[in-house]
Design a protein around this ligand. Structure first.
Ligand SMILES: *Cc1c(COP(=O)(O)O)cnc(C)c1O
Length: 841
């Protein structure tokens, strides 16, 4: 393996070259085999940063010379490098499952990637999912690469002033201190892209990060040749106004695609993680036009088969929208260059393609430019079908073409060292690298004492972490000496420890526990069965209500001085804080308003560590919950922003904690002090849910149910004639649909069947271009019933007109059925590729 030239690294003695190889592979963020090396070089810095790349850069020449002489160190280093290389060379799940790879390369586009706090280019759940996806692709050997942006400041960093008000900080992400290197071309030059922007070009610099077997490519605009304004395009993640956001999304989608072309990489699958990346669809189609000399509609038809759109949004207001003026400004140039009518492009982002006043919706572009669309939990799949329904007028919501793959998390990144050891004992070292099938049964064999020991150690560790952070926070606000002193002994290692960390946004209801402060106070301060709380979370800089909720918590803590050792707000929630919390807490609480938590992943991170969940029946928990594994909040219905309902749920939350959670934790203890009922729940939650909500299961599902079929669809469109045929079919359908109509329906029933017959007049349409079906709604939540009617005799005296027949068993009530006509073509997806539908009535 060659290391891209690294410009700020001290001269490494030959024998230490392996250090750079290890430090530049983010595999260290989940595999801790080589931790001792870095600890040996700089114990203090390691403790503070856990960033090998930083340690290597800070190491002085003298230290390095000494290490180069240290035989033990060199032997260890060589062994680790050998382990690293052999691990990367192993055949993995993907290679074993698919000896003939069904696709070449997946390009995974995402606005943010959360891989480690040492590469702070993420904001929250969406980015962490993307990071976990890359790590899992590495573990499983899935040929996948990432495309993202190297944010100069990333998302803001949080601190609190002495009154508990959020302060937003934007420290500069020095790329030389992050585990990334410039991408260099064959001649050794730093790869730069020139992006056509209105009236100018913007230069994007290319970087790469190594994540085991997977490469993450990142672009930034901070090139001195750009204007100061353009240098800031990739400054703040989710900062700036609509124009900046549009520029960022063009850099991601178009820039990302251009980079792949420059590198000679031809992905067959483009996986768009949220609509932000949807401009990749246009860039990919433009490339196809140029390569094959086709027009834009045919290029889109050919390439969209390889595009997969994962939506994460639970409300329509959450989709990115840009005004027509803004879009025209940015799209006109490219459209002209490719000879495309700009209206054709703009129409892709409108609900009603002809309505020029409509803003351009990135989710509409994404769905019209993909043949595979999915939500991120079962419930979110259903919600997304509702949101996308307007694009498929008169189609039943059930048939809106959005499926789901429930999220998962990368267990090796979120487990503690102790949890890892326990899992290894029962399920082996390679448990997260294969098909997961024995994990549940194997883990069921764990002894009570082992589980409880894990929990006790974990609780102690998170308390250590919280104390340190609390001391730092207090020192930073010049708190009185007495408070700083108390922080050293805050929290108690034998007390039930509840974690509550998330974005402070209204829909997450982060202040639900505060709706009756006295009741919360009594719960926490129960002399026999006390409870302690660890809280963290940021509010978006523009979200005043979210910030007020943070302050509500800090005021609560101040209002009851004797709670200072029981409730700790840890500032600057990031992956490091999350890691400590999910490893240490006994219970994780999540209180979103259903159905606004598309999936949620933080609760999945506690599973592997033996934490339990108490959560709203929303997102993943609506699939995972059963009484044996945790607690459910809410009634499984939607109540929008009904404040009275919020109150009721708050009461339910207190009741669950007082009557079920606290007693289960403290009662029924055996002779060794182990709470048997609590431990049973942990065992059930760990064995049942951990494999199910691991990113292994998730990525395997993406591969087998989405990537492989998409690659097949794409391959089936490799011939020009096939694509032309599809485009002609779409055109014919649009042209003639207005004239298609039914004659009179005739039904006759005998003892076995209802015999339906209906004349269909198809104007000039080829009868093979449509399907005639009988449709009935399912009863009591069942799937709809669908029968295909067969074409019978031609109607004399009319062109292209036939009787269609179907016999339906008499167990179905005859009145439920309605005939309908839909477009049909082998190898095409309806209604994605042709949205027409005609109902008999
Ligand atoms: C996992 C994680 C999230 C996602 O949390 P949700 O509760 O699912 O929204 C957000 N931020 C950080 C730092 C995380 O680690």
């Amino acid at each position: 393996m060659t290391i891209a030239p690294c410009y700020l690294l001290p001269q490494l003695p030959e024998s230490l070259a392996g250090l750079a190889e290890l430090a530049l592979d983010l595999r260290w963020s989940w595999s801790h085999v080589s931790d001792t090396l870095w600890q040996h070089i700089a114990p203090k810095l390691w403790e503070q940063t856990h960033n090998p790349w930083l340690i290597l850069q800070n190491a002085g020449g003298e230290t390095l010379q000494q290490l180069a002489q240290d035989k033990d160190f060199i032997a260890k280093l060589d062994a680790f490098v050998a382990e690293h290389r052999s691990r990367l060379a192993q055949t993995c799940w993907f290679g074993k499952t698919y000896p003939h790879p069904p696709f070449r390369q997946v390009a995974y586009f995402s606005m943010e990637f959360g891989l480690s706090e040492s590469l702070p280019i993420y904001s929250g759940g969406l980015g962490i999912l993307a990071g976990d996806c890359l790590k899992t692709a590495s573990d499983l050997g899935v040929p996948l690469l990432g495309i993202g942006l190297l944010w100069q400041q990333g998302y803001f960093r949080q601190s609190l002033d002495e009154c508990g008000r959020q302060i937003e900080l934007y420290p500069y992400n020095d790329p030389t201190q992050m585990p990334v290197t410039p991408v260099r071309d064959a001649a050794g030059e730093w790869l730069r892209l020139e992006m056509p922007f209105p009236g100018r070009s913007v230069i994007l610099r290319a970087w790469q990060a190594q994540v085991g077997r997977v490469t993450l490519y990142l672009l930034d605009s901070n090139d001195p040749l750009n204007t100061p304004a353009d240098r800031g395009i990739t400054a703040e993640l989710y900062g700036g106004g609509p124009e900046t956001r549009l520029q960022q999304e063009i850099c991601l989608g178009v820039g990302g695609w251009m980079l792949l072309r420059r590198l000679g990489i031809q992905p067959d699958i483009c996986h768009l993680n949220e609509g932000h990346a949807a401009f990749a669809i246009l860039a990919r189609a433009y490339s196809h036009m140029r390569d094959h000399g086709t027009d834009f509609p045919c290029a889109l038809t050919a390439t969209r088969a390889g595009n997969i759109f994962t939506t994460h949004t639970p409300v329509s207001a959450g989709f990115d929208r840009f005004t027509q003026e803004l879009m025209t400004r940015y799209v006109a140039g490219a459209s002209e260059a490719f000879g495309i009518d700009i209206e054709t492009v703009l129409a892709l982002g409108r609900e009603h393609p002809e309505d020029r006043r409509e803003p351009f919706n990135m989710a509409w572009l994404a769905i019209r430019g993909s043949l595979t669309v999915n939500g991120v939990s079962r419930l979110h799949g259903a919600v997304s079908r509702r949101l996308f329904q307007p694009l498929f007028p008169r189609w039943p919501e059930d048939e809106v073409p959005v499926t789901h793959v429930t999220n998962g998390v990368h267990m090796p990144s979120w487990d503690s060292a102790e949890a890892d050891a326990l899992w290894t004992t029962y399920c082996g070292k390679s448990r997260w690298l294969g098909d997961l099938k024995d994990i549940e049964t194997d883990f069921r064999k764990t002894a009570d004492a082992d589980i409880w020991h894990l929990r006790s150690v974990a609780r102690q560790e998170v308390i250590q972490f919280a104390r340190q952070r609390l001391q730092q926070q207090l020192a930073a606000t010049y708190a009185p000496e007495r408070e700083c002193e108390q922080a050293k002994t805050a929290l108690d290692p034998n007390t039930l420890t509840i974690g509550f960390a998330r974005r402070f946004a209204a829909y997450k209801r982060p202040n639900m526990l505060l709706s009756d402060p006295d009741r919360l106070y009594r719960l926490l301060n129960n002399p026999h069965y006390p409870v302690q709380l660890l809280i963290a979370g940021k509010a978006h800089p523009q979200d005043g209500a979210g910030k007020a909720m943070i302050q509500q918590w800090t005021q609560f803590i101040h209002h009851y001085p004797d709670l200072a050792g029981r409730v700790v707000f840890i500032t600057d929630y990031d992956m490091l804080v999350a890691e400590h919390l999910v490893q240490g807490v006994d219970l994780w609480i999540n209180t979103p308003r259903r159905p606004w938590e598309a999936s949620g992943t933080s609760g999945m991170k506690v599973l592997v560590n033996g934490g339990l969940n108490l959560s709203e029946l929303d997102g993943w928990w609506a699939e995972a919950y059963c009484p044996e594994v945790g607690w459910a909040l809410g009634d499984g219905q939607e109540h929008d922003t009904d404040l009275a309902w919020d109150q009721q749920e708050a009461q339910q939350l207190y009741r669950l904690l007082e009557d079920e959670v606290v007693p289960l934790f403290y009662h029924q203890r055996d002779a060794n002090g182990c709470p048997c009922g609590w431990v049973d729940k942990i065992r059930e939650s760990m064995s049942r849910l951990t494999p199910q909500f691991s990113s292994n299961r998730m990525l395997q599902e993406y591969v087998s149910t989405l990537y492989v079929p998409a690659a097949q669809l794409l391959a089936a469109r490799s011939e020009r004639a096939t694509v032309d045929g599809i485009c002609r079919w779409q055109h014919e359908i649009r042209q003639h649909w207005q004239s298609v109509h039914f004659g009179e329906l005739n039904v006759q029933s005998d003892t076995d069947a209802h015999h339906f017959q209906v004349p269909v007049y198809l104007d000039d349409l080829d009868p093979d271009a449509v399907a005639v079906q009988l449709f009935a709604n399912g009863e009591g939540g069942q799937c709809p019933v669908l029968y295909t009617m067969t074409r019978g005799e031609a109607l004399s005296g009319a062109i292209n007109s036939h009787n269609y027949h179907c016999a339906v068993p008499t167990r179905h009530p005859v009145e439920g059925f309605t005939p309908r006509i839909i477009p049909y073509r082998e190898g095409c997806l309806v209604p994605l590729e042709s949205t027409e539908i005609l109902w008999y009535r």
